[in-house]
Every structure is written in structure tokens, then in C-alpha cells.
Design a protein. Structure first.
Lengths: 298, 298
DNA sequence: CATGATATGCTCATTTCGAGCATAAGGATG
DNA sequence: CATCCTTATGCTCGAAATGAGCATATCATG
């Protein structure tokens, strides 16, 4: 409509995810303390193109499927005017290239220990005292905690990862909150931090991915070309942070008609497993979504 | 990370939705041909604050709940460098203020006639020939159409509004496609257009809202303080574009424990209906989400 | 007071979901 | 080769959720 906007800077931030050894990993810089990020340059054809270029130059890792997460502005942090950050989620099937110096893949549960509920885990119990102290007598806080952490009969919902992080932030139970000047309420929650608000962005990515998995376990971007059902199950379990019932998972997959047999089998200990691939129609389907055609340039 | 980004402009675009008379309406400018939009200015504390300010000045309508939709860049349309558009969805309970000159509320189905399936409607059948012509012999196109429009046994999914619009765009069946230089494949689909890509943004808003409704019919932002179950049902039907079974809807609502009785009744023709309100815990819950706390400004 | 309209309660068949039992088929080991 | 361990795969069964419809309650109105 109008063209009189004040000039600003735009920054692109990427959450690049891959699953290996039943562990979801995220691509990081500086030995696991920041996400790949960089400014949008005028040479870039589109936001996505800019992101791809940036990440590849910074990490040497080429991106596959990319989708947008969230855009936020910091309120004039630098004297040069405000800057806008646009965050993206990229799914990638494995480490395809040699990584540079301080570039590395990090288990994402390193930053969110309480999100991994595949095995018994004391992260949740270590958070509880702090939460209790923050609740005080506020009933609305109590209800919110119950929803986020699955207490008082509420079931645990894996896709509330972002809500949980934001609650911990508000409660002053993560280091970022203290850094931003919020009062603390006890011992910090376990888990490593990331630069700026990158940990929040990672939480957004986890939530998004988990919500998508809940609807449809079509994460072929994270899987190799051919795989057994158990491998697919382990991948999904690792992302959603929860164990699944093997037979029911199988039934679910069959019902969705996502896969087709390759005819080959995987050998290992035990009976050989049929190898599957995603049906091509499913791959095409997603290829459309997520990458919106840019506006024409008249 | 870096501060060396090229300067750009940022534009904020709002989809403001309200439901009155069982019709979802969207706030427009220029007699229904554009969405409220305006540049982000340095005076604005945050993106949301900027949006609120903009929309209120442009339309006189104050915004309630606001959430982000999508961010996109046009590839250097204006000589002054590129600009980024950040779109938002705002839910509002009714027209609370006098609107300015060409500002008006428009039935959103005016722009998407094929999305309203509450009553028999020839919009879908008028689109079909064009789609058929575009399909040609491509099997992947056929599958995509089936998914989007619920053909070949696939059920209609109301929250695919954006996918349907994008498909029509690619098929050259909406005027925006022709404007952008894409080849046509027959008669245009019925429905009014909007400026630039505002119609795509509106489709994004519809999809988002419908997806949310599917999970949880908690749209108190769209409802008056007190309402009957049938009124709530009509609101949800109008947004999702589909009729619901009255008794089952009632059962669903009870199961969710979203509402509480006010003790009052609505009189009209027929047996008086209990009036409900949303439980305050539910309102609080959403108040948290959607508006992320801004980064601290050190 | 009959009628039309809406509200609300209840039933019933179908489907989906969660959990577990049972069998199949490989390798390793004696 | 027989046994055992391991993983794959098929099937069952009850609980819960869903879709569709019948029946009754309670108002306004002619």
C-alpha cells in the first residue's frame, strides 16, 4: 500500500534438523551455542533463497525442504535501527557434507531435556520445585502449568514444547530469562542455552514438527530413501519424544497408505524387515506446499 | 549474528475477522478491494503494536487478539529496494466503532465462494472444467486436485483453503494468476479479487482459523460475552464452511469443558436456550499464547 | 389449546484407539 | 541340528470416540 516505511535490517535464522541414531539433531555454530543466521542481502531472489545461501556458506550443509516458522522484531537493539528476524525450519536427511570449524550437529534434547520422555528422565522432576515456587497462589498459573506439563490428569501433549519453554521463561527458570532481567524462582531448569532467543526458535521448530507428525507421520525429508517400519517408528519417536506401540504404529501407517514396499529386506538380528519407501504421490504433495511461488516481478 | 544487512522496508498486513449473522467478515479498504496494511515505523514498540496502530488509524477499528500468519518478500518490486510483508490475523467480536469512508466488512466467501459448503452451491462445479483442462494427463496434478477438493473418495478438508487457492493460482484459474502472467485454463473461478496478494493472505487466515477450530472450538474472540449453544454452532459452521450435527456438537462442547452456564436464558421462538460463557481459565490460556513477550532491550 | 419452533437428552451402530497375545523367521550357540 | 534370542508381523478384544437419528421438553403464537 504505502512505500514510506523506515529502513530496517532483516535477519534469517535457520533450524536445520536431521535424525540419526534415533536422535533429532540440530545444526549449530560456535560449538553448539547458536543457530545459523545471517542478513538478507539484496542479491537474494527470495527469503528462502537467502536462507539457503546463508546456511550453505556458513555451514557447508545444503538445505532440502524449508518452511517458515516465525518472524519477530527486536525493539531497536542496535543503534542502527531495528532489525527483523525471520526464522525457518529445514529438514534434511543426513549430514551430506563436511562441516566447517565450529559447526556441529547437536542433540536437540541437550537444550530441552524435559522434552524427551522416551525413557525415565529426571528433568521434569528437577523443574518442579521452581514451578511450584512460581505458582504461588495464582490459580491461573496452576492451570497453565497443568496444561503444559500434563499434571492434574491433563495428558502430556508433545507439541506444546514452545508453550513449555515460554512458561519456563516467564517463571524465570531458564537462563535467558535471568539474562533479560527477569526474577528467578529457584534453580534453573536443566539444559544448555543458545545465543539470543535461538532457544525459543528451536522450541518453535520442535512444536511445529511435532504437531505435523501428530497429523501425519510423513517425514520423508528426515528418512533415508529406504527404511524399515521400525526405523520410521524410531525416527518419529525421537522427534515427538514419546514411545509408540509398535503394532498400532504399523496399523496407523498402513491405514494412511503412505508407503510402498521396495521388495528388499533389511538383515540384522531377528527376522528380516521389509524395506519401504514413501509413495511418490506423497512426496510430490509436500513439494508443492511450504514453498510458495514468489510474487511476479513486473 | 551479523549487522550488515541491506536496508529494506517492512509492511504489516492485517486480516481482521468478525462473525455476525452467521457470516464471517473481513475488514477491508477501498470498498472491499484491499486489506488494511501499512509500513512498520520506528516509533512502533513491536510488530504487533505497529499493526494495531496502523489498523486503528486506517479503519478506526481497535484490534483484540492478534496472531502472526506469514512473512514474505516481494523480489524487489520497487526501485527503492525490497520490501518484506508480515501478515497477521486478528479476531474481533464485532464492529465496535464507526468505520471510515471506504472501510467496510465483507463476507469472506465473497472472495472464496467455493469455500462455503453449508448450502448447495455451484461454485465448485463452475471451477471443475478449468481444473480438468489443467490436469491434462499429469497424474500428480490429478492426485493433488483430489486432495484439495475432496474428489475420488477423498473427504473435503475445510482447512485446505490455502492449498485450494494456490492450486487455482497455479492452474491460472484466478485473476491474480493472469495478472502475474500465468497462462489461463478456461473460465476464471467465481469470486472477487483483492489487491496484490491479499487474497492469498486471506486464504492463509481462513486455513489457520479452520485448523484451529478443528482442534478446539474456542473462538471466544469471535463471540459475544454470552451466547447460546446454537449461536456458537452457527459461528463455527460459518467459519469452517460446513454444517454440523446439532446434538453431536453439543456433546463435543460438553466434553471439552470450555463453557459455563450463566444461569440466564435466551428467549425467541421455541424453547428458551441456556446462555453460556467461556470459562475464564480458557480465556486466560489463550491470552498467554500468540503474543510472545518481546526481547528485552538492554 | 393446537402448532410450530427450538432446546436438550438418549440410543445405537460404526469406527478408531490402546493394549496385549501369538506366530514367523532370521542369526547365534551348544 | 535343536535351542534360544531377537525382531517382524498378524490378529483379537475391550474401551472410547464418532456419526446419525429418535424422543421429549418448553417456549411463543394464532
Amino acid at each position: 500500500m504505502s512505500d514510506s516505511a523506515d529502513p530496517i535490517h532483516a535477519e534469517l535464522i535457520a533450524v536445520v534438523v536431521a535424525v540419526t541414531d534415533a536422535t533429532p539433531r540440530v545444526l549449530t555454530l560456535l560449538d553448539g551455542s547458536a543457530l545459523p543466521a545471517g542478513p538478507l542481502e539484496s542479491a537474494h531472489r527470495s527469503l528462502q533463497a537467502g536462507l539457503r545461501d546463508r546456511v550453505e556458506r556458513q555451514t557447508g550443509h545444503p538445505l532440502g525442504h524449508v518452511e517458515q516458522l516465525y518472524t519477530f522484531a527486536d525493539a531497536g537493539r542496535s543503534r542502527a535501527g531495528r532489525s527483523i528476524s525471520i526464522s525457518y525450519l529445514a529438514l534434511s536427511s543426513e549430514t551430506r557434507a563436511r562441516l566447517g570449524g565450529q559447526v556441529s550437529w547437536q542433540d536437540w534434547y541437550r537444550y530441552f531435556p524435559w522434552e524427551d520422555r522416551r525413557t525415565a528422565n529426571d528433568a521434569a522432576s528437577r523443574i518442579e520445585p521452581g514451578l511450584r515456587s512460581w505458582v504461588g497462589t495464582e490459580p491461573t498459573r496452576r492451570a497453565r502449568i497443568a496444561r503444559c506439563f500434563g499434571l492434574d490428569g491433563t495428558p502430556w501433549q508433545e507439541d506444546l514444547a514452545l508453550d513449555r519453554y515460554e512458561l519456563l521463561y516467564e517463571a524465570g527458570l531458564v537462563r535467558e530469562a535471568a539474562r533479560d532481567g527477569r526474577p528467578a524462582h529457584g534453580e534453573f531448569a536443566p539444559g544448555a542455552t543458545l545465543a539470543a532467543d535461538h532457544r525459543r526458535i528451536l522450541a518453535t521448530a520442535i512444536s511445529r514438527l511435532r504437531a505435523r507428525l501428530r497429523a501425519r507421520p510423513a517425514v520423508f525429508e528426515l528418512m533415508p530413501e529406504r527404511f524399515s517400519l521400525l526405523e520410521l517408528q524410531h525416527c518419529i519417536e525421537s522427534v515427538s519424544g514419546q514411545k509408540l506401540h509398535k503394532q498400532n504404529f504399523r496399523r496407523l501407517i498402513e491405514g494412511q497408505n503412505l508407503l510402498e514396499e521396495t521388495g528388499d529386506f533389511a538383515n540384522g538380528p531377528g527376522r528380516p524387515a521389509k524395506l519401504f519407501r514413501f509413495r511418490s504421490a506423497i512426496r510430490d504433495e509436500r513439494a508443492m506446499t511450504g514453498s510458495r511461488p514468489p510474487l511476479a516481478t513486473p
